[in-house]
Write a protein that binds this ligand. Structure first.
Ligand code: FAD
Length: 461
């Protein structure tokens, strides 16, 4: 298959100039993306306001035991819970890889309440983001408990941002630019299963999974094969009667596979159909009766506040058109989206994206013409199509994320991704594939950890 990153290779680098202008910029969201965006924008001399609907920074990493009234997360009238974390969640990346490049995610061994493991629990990530916020004094830029309800264009290419602080009336303000950092793991996507509307069992999306307790003694069919499906299926197998994973990924000769180390965990092909009598029929011909279907099937991009008069759309989970997954060409650089790519190392990618956005807004870096950006997006889409990727994979960057990061770094005149980080990422994924049970506690890449700390020490000393 053609590498869809091919379009990154032919763009000549723009000149790097000193910052020229300061803009009034609204950042929507104070998760990891919004926090680093705020830091980079301020570093560049912009005047920044961060809107955060919650009462603290951290976004996804603010764990809550609360779940939504609709366990599938489909009812538009439900009260939305932002975080999709489950109680037992530990990171799926080693902390050295995961952290921001210039604020390494190193263990805080001197503090009793911190988790110094290499793949720490979710609370440690939240603490790290809070440390980051304190270190760079980002809190003073954030308006907490303030939801952005509307973002729309006004004359002169600027933006009206309507926000509402809890208990107060709405406020309309004008900004030069808006950076959208609202997170992409809150609107559940459900598998399209024939017969599902009449299937009598319980259904839940992993967005609303917190602990295995509700699954005691149940027969559970779990759809999906990504990181959370892997964790959740194993956790539930500890208490459920049976757990059956339905996965799009091929399962060898098509027969059902019992998972090593478990008596009650099986891997199947995808579901073919489900029926009113409670049965679940798999494509491999197996049939079983289940109590629960658990959808670990990902999320939709969702920008309920954004009005661009049809310039930006979300179609089959493609947000487009976006130049390099960030700028709608016709509105660049005044509207930007952070964190759209998936199958990536998110924090460093956010860091690269925000340096690029900040530099462009101050006219220190320049973009190609609107026509050239649109041409680039078109070429990217046709590359995907001719390689057989469905539209919903537009922002899947598994194979070329570091090429993308390095392209962004080059735009900003910065060094690209460290070699150890690339290698460590690939080692961690290999280890996870081979040892899904214990990849977080046993590894063989200590030599890369040493290289990482050589780099960190230059920053930390
Ligand atoms: P979020 O963290 O979701 O932040 C978005 C923020 O925007 C929220 O605070 C929200 O309240 C706010 N917001 C949204 N809409 C509005 C509005 N209208 N007005 C005002 N505020 C608004 N990444 C890793 O690096 N390692 C991992 O191990 C890892 N594990 C993960 C496990 C799970 C189950 C999930 C779901 C994700 C995981 N991730 C992991 C990815 C994680 O999502 C990213 O690391 C990152 O935290 C996303 O940051 P974000 O800022 O884009 O979004």
């Amino acid at each position: 298959m053609t590498n869809p990153a091919a379009t990154f290779q032919h763009v000549s680098l723009p000149p790097i100039l000193p910052p020229r202008v300061s803009r009034h910029v609204a950042v929507i969201g104070a998760g990891a993306a919004g926090l680093v965006a705020a830091r980079e924008l301020r570093r560049e001399g912009h005047n920044v306001v961060v809107f955060e609907q919650g009462d603290q920074v951290g976004g996804t990493w603010v764990y809550t035991p609360k779940i939504e009234s609709d366990p599938l997360g489909l009812d538009p009238r439900r009260t939305v819970v932002q975080s999709s974390l489950y109680q037992s969640l530990r990171t799926n990346l080693p902390r050295e890889v995961m952290g921001f490049r210039d604020y390494p995610f190193v263990p805080k061994k001197d503090y009793k309440d911190r988790d110094s493991r290499r793949f720490p629990g979710h609370r440690e990530v939240l603490m790290y983001l809070k440390d980051f916020t304190r270190e760079f004094r980002i809190g003073e830029l954030v308006r907490f408990e303030t939801e952005v309800e509307f973002v729309g264009m006004v004359d002169g290419g600027r933006w009206n941002v309507r926000s509402k602080k809890r208990g107060e009336v709405g406020l309309d303000e004008i900004y030069d630019a808006v950076v959208v950092c609202n997170g992409h793991y809150t609107e559940p996507r459900i598998a399209d299963v024939p017969g599902i509307n009449k299937w009598p069992g319980e259904q839940i999306h992993s967005h609303n999974y917190r602990t295995a307790e509700p699954f005691v003694d149940k027969v559970v069919v779990l759809i999906g094969s990504a990181a959370s499906a892997n964790d959740i299926s194993r956790e539930i197998a500890g208490v459920a009667k049976e757990v059956h994973i339905a996965s799009r990924s091929p399962v060898g000769d098509g027969t059902v596979k019992k998972q090593p180390g478990y008596d009650n965990l099986w891997l199947h092909s995808m579901i073919k159909s489900v029926h009113e009598d409670g049965s679940v029929v798999f494509q491999d011909g197996n049939i079983l009766f289940a109590d629960v279907i658990l959808h670990c099937t990902g999320y939709h991009y969702h920008f309920p506040f954004l009005e661009t008069n049809g310039i930006v759309t979300v179609d089959d989970n493609r947000v487009g058109p976006l130049y390099k997954h960030v700028f709608p060409p016709a509105l660049a650089p005044w509207l930007s989206f952070m964190g759209i790519p998936w199958k990536v190392v998110p924090f460093p990618l956010f860091e690269f994206q925000s340096k690029w956005i900040a530099g462009l807004l101050s006219d220190r870096i320049s973009l190609p013409s609107v026509e050239d950006m649109l041409e680039d997006v078109k070429a990217f889409y046709s590359g995907l199509e001719s390689s057989g990727f469905p539209k919903r994979y537009t922002h899947n960057m598994g194979d070329y994320q570091f090429e993308y990061d390095d392209w962004l770094a080059a735009q900003c005149g910065r060094p690209g991704t460290e070699e150890w980080r690339k290698q460590m990422y690939s080692e961690a994924w290999k280890n996870k594939r081979v040892h899904p049970e214990n990849y977080r506690d046993e590894w063989e890449d200590d030599h890369l950890v040493l290289q990482a700390y050589d780099d960190f020490n230059k920053i930390l000393l």
